[in-house]
Design a protein around this ligand. Structure first.
Ligand SMILES: Cc1cc2nc3c(=O)[nH]c(=O)nc-3n(C[C@H](O)[C@H](O)[C@H](O)COP(=O)(O)OP(=O)(O)OC[C@H]3O[C@@H](n4cnc5c(N)ncnc54)[C@H](O)[C@@H]3O)c2cc1C
Length: 409
């Protein structure tokens, strides 16, 4: 059963929930994570970006990642719709610290490792409980009601409820805070394959982003452990599903039409079902209220192209833990204190969002932009590795806006 009360309740044990729970438990806070699934479980989101290094260091899990079978990711490489490969974008060329390398992770392993780390640090973890309601007294969140598979129901009271429920975006949907991004309406079809062709040496763990003919969509190609690779295709759902074909047929046809992916997958066997996710880009208009706050995808999700999701989940978890500590220290659980990091988080997310708009602009090319504005190369690198909270990164947009349509702030 669940406890009757806890200082902090976290809904969901993905990377955002684990981060906030670990950091609060390390500070001696009483924190209860309520997760609807049992771990390990499949999750998409396998390619990390290098700025995850710093939250990993704080959480004390760098050693676990180094000792794991997760392939080391040293670069990302882009293939154009005509099949031309860019030079790999090596992170170590601009950084001689170990943080220039990161990993490609199987999320079943990674999420379990993270939540077990939270437990080791003192968080109370409960699997198999689905949070059905956040309980409010007036505007103030005062706890949750959850149900397990056997139909048992439980209420837990708390001073702070953290919604880390991922794309379920539990509170954002219930409170009507969700705003979809009409320019980023996409669907993704994806699966794992064994024995596909990988590049040798330092490129073995590279993420490949491969545009499909006519720039109608793109594939990710993410090498995983045990000779497996994660392959996914992102495109316009209206076009992909217009003929009512099943996901497996659609993905196979897309592979057949994309020479580089077809070549790499030729010797491989698919080892999972083809999964589908769609309509995943949104933001919440509010990050926090009285006694509650949103972290990770529960606050907003952009688009998978720059692999920013797990990083933003970790970072918002870190910001949230600091804000919650401040709230307890001041005995003030107002939105101003709990959501004190809203402007900073939003600004960082907006930098990614603007580069995502650029990626989807039909005639846009980063190399042309950098040729004309070489002074922005470092800022572009900063955003791609996740250094979006660094002072001055957004100066790039003063010139980028002349090359493609960008979202307004
Ligand atoms: C197609 C696609 C590809 C992606 N690729 C990448 C990538 O390569 N790299 C990257 O960094 N990111 C990627 N992402 C994004 C990444 O998956 C997410 O940003 C990341 O998982 C967010 O972590 P989170 O902790 O916020 O949410 P999640 O990881 O989704 O965790 C939420 C948890 O909450 C639990 N939960 C939900 N509702 C309830 C409830 N009511 N009660 C109890 N528990 C609940 C869920 O079971 C889950 O375990 C991708 C996303 C998509 C859609």
């Amino acid at each position: 059963m669940l406890p009757n009360s806890s200082e902090v309740i976290v809904i969901g044990g993905g990377p955002a929930g684990s981060t906030v729970a670990t950091l609060l438990a390390m500070e001696g806070r009483q924190v209860t994570v309520i997760e609807k699934d049992t771990f390990p479980r499949f999750h998409i989101g396998e390619s990390l970006i290098t700025e995850t290094y710093w939250p990993f260091e704080k959480l004390g899990i760098l050693e676990k990642l180094r000792e794991s079978a997760s392939p080391v990711k040293a670069s990302v490489q882009f293939y154009s719709a005509r099949g031309n490969a860019s030079r790999p974008f090596y992170f170590f060329e601009s950084n001689d610290h170990p943080s220039a390398y990161t990993w490609q992770v199987e999320r079943s392993w990674f999420d379990q490792m993270m939540i077990e780390n939270a437990q080791e640090k003192g968080a109370d973890i409960h699997y198999g409980w689905n949070v059905r309601n956040v309980l409010f007294e007036g505007d103030k969140a005062v706890g949750i009601r959850a149900e397990n598979e056997a139909g048992e129901k439980c209420e837990v009271s708390s001073q702070v409820v953290v919604d880390a429920s991922g794309l379920n975006a539990f509170l954002s949907r219930r409170l009507g805070l969700m705003v979809k991004d009409p320019k980023l309406i996409k669907a993704a079809l994806f699966a794992h394959y064994e024995n596909a062709i990988r590049d040798p040496g330092v490129d073995e763990g590279a993420t490949l982003i491969i545009s499909t003919p006519g720039n109608k969509g793109w594939f990710w190609y993410i090498p995983l452990s045990n000779n497996r690779v994660s392959v996914g295709m992102v495109g316009d759902p209206k076009e992909l599903f217009s003929e009512g074909k099943d996901p497996e047929t659609i993905l196979n046809e897309q592979i057949e039409n994309c020479a580089e992916i077809k070549r790499r997958l030729a010797p491989s066997t698919r080892t999972t079902d083809v999964r589908v996710l769609s309509d995943f880009s949104y933001r919440s208009t509010q990050l926090a209220g009285e006694g509650w706050l949103l972290v990770g995808d529960a606050f907003g999700f952009l688009d998978p192209v720059y692999s920013s999701g797990v990083f933003l989940a970790l970072k918002s978890g870190e910001f949230a833990a600091d804000a919650i500590q401040e709230a307890f220290n001041k005995n003030d659980f107002s939105p101003e204190v709990l959501g004190g990091f809203q402007a900073e988080l939003r600004k960082g997310m907006e930098s990614f969002r603007k580069l995502i708009y650029a990626f989807y602009s039909p005639d846009f090319s980063f190399s042309t932009f950098i040729k004309e504005h070489p002074q922005h190369r470092e800022r572009l690198t900063d955003i791609l590795i996740g250094a979006v909270f660094k002072e001055g990164v957004d100066e790039i947009f003063e010139n980028l806006k002349d090359f493609c349509e960008l979202p307004s702030d």
